[in-house]
Design a binder for this molecule. Structure first.
Ligand code: DAH
Length: 339
């Protein structure tokens, strides 16, 4: 035991703590109730009287040594406490920067919300698509100039594959796998081979809408889009339908809304016409229903397609399409939901 006391003495003398944590672990190791030194005192009680005499003194000295050293080091702990109080708690905090939703997402969520309340589901489809789902099934005849309405990015390894030019491909995919009634909106990214400018981009976003059931009529289309326009742009909004052409709808119509900026008085947004175009639409062509496995004798449907960028630009008064994809934080942080 004497030898043990001797070697502990050396150990304690050479111990050089740097942090208050090390000081505390020293205290725990040597001096706490279950520490080495108190345990040695317990052992001392079991020794013979002579041995007790012989060992008692050096053991007491060891204890004193440990306690003195511990006292010396008490300043180590104090030092770090002092540095803690150097922090000026009265300084104003640096606020955490929190992100915000991209304006296109704000618009997309709002569109989804409006249509979900009308019982529409949200559906999704591939951005890399085959010719059938992007064109042929949608009644674009082979080699027909209608295909050139949309400048397409083809995949060079496989000329049958392309980047979808619109979200109308999801109409086909949905009808292929689901029996009517179908009521769905399909938001997504689309691609066109266009030079990038303030008014055009090689990728942008659309929301497609499709309602197929027994006895769906043009009146349903009109009321649905009228309801949407009022929810999106304000309850005084009017809509106007202009005859148009799309291969996949018959009849087809372009949907305009009354200009919510000037209310018809004429401004730059509506190019002094009082109306702004927001969507293409129509009754789903019987060939499209047939191509997707839906019997046009039994079912009818309406469809529409709307540009998310366009709606967002109108809502927030943005005049350059490029801003949406440049990721400039000064632009992006400005947007709050418009209700
Ligand atoms: N796919 C058309 C486009 O990208 C938009 C569109 C028009 C979609 C009429 C429709 C529709 O579903 O009925 O220009």
């Amino acid at each position: 035991m004497l030898e043990q006391v001797e070697s502990l003495k050396k150990e304690i003398q050479s111990f050089q703590p740097v942090t208050s944590i090390e000081v505390e672990s020293f205290r725990l190791k040597y001096l706490s109730r279950k520490g080495i030194i108190p345990l040695l005192f317990d052992d001392l009680k079991t020794l013979s009287p002579e041995k007790k005499k012989e060992t008692g003194k050096p053991l007491n000295e060891l204890k004193q040594l440990a306690e003195t050293r511990l006292k010396e080091w008490s300043s180590i702990g104090e030092k770090s406490e002092a540095s803690q109080t150097d922090i000026d708690l009265t300084l104003p905090p640096v606020p955490n920067k929190i992100g915000s939703l991209h304006p296109l997402n704000l618009t997309r969520y709002h569109i989804i919300e409006i249509f979900e309340r009308l019982g529409f589901n949200v559906a999704d489809g591939p951005e890399i698509e085959d010719d059938w789902h992007n064109f042929s099934a949608l009644n674009f005849p082979e080699n027909h100039p209608a295909r050139e309405m949309q400048d397409t990015f083809f995949i060079s390894k496989n000329p049958d594959m392309l980047l979808r030019t619109h979200t109308s491909n999801v109409q086909i995919r949905l009808m292929e796998k689901q029996k009517p009634p179908i009521r769905a909106i399909m938001p997504g990214r689309v691609y066109r081979n266009e030079a990038i400018s303030a008014r055009a981009h090689c990728f942008f976003h659309q929301v497609e809408g499709l309602y197929v059931d027994k006895n769906v009529s043009f009146a349903d289309l009109k009321q649905t889009l009228y309801h949407f326009a009022k929810e999106m742009f304000g309850k005084d909004t009017k809509i106007r339908l202009r005859p148009s052409f799309f291969p996949f709808t018959e009849p087809s119509a372009e949907i305009d809304i009354s200009c919510f900026i000037c209310h018809g008085a004429g401004c730059n947004i509506c190019k002094h016409t009082g109306w702004v175009e927001i969507a293409g639409s129509g009754m789903v062509h019987p060939n499209v229903l047939r191509n997707s496995g839906v019997d046009p004798e039994e079912y009818t449907g309406f469809a529409f397609g709307m540009g998310i960028e366009r709606v967002t630009m109108l809502r927030y008064g943005i005049d350059d399409l490029r801003l949406f994809s440049e990721n400039d934080i000064r632009f992006l942080k400005q947007f709050k939901p418009v209700l």
